[in-house]
Write a protein of this length. Sequence first.
Length: 100
Amino acid sequence: MADFNDLASLTHEDFSPLLGQRFGLVLADGAVPLHLVEVKPLHRMPGGRDQFSLIFKSPGQRVLPQGIYALEHASARGLALFLVPVGRDAEGVSYQAVFA
């Protein structure tokens, strides 16, 4: 099992089994539901880390500012990611985390 507290060791393969699953984005006034909708490999530098991005989708139209957020998930304990809002449509708001 991946150590989600060690962001530098994570790869896109660690997140692939979580695709489509629900996360909770922790706020002072409760949790915002997020679904992991995309795990996209970017580049792998020779001898370097796996570069990839994650896209999460939140229902509703509330846009949270970019920042580091704690996420709750049974398989990803201790996960905190820098999320950036990257789009909004009728289904909700999309947030991206990039591992580079």
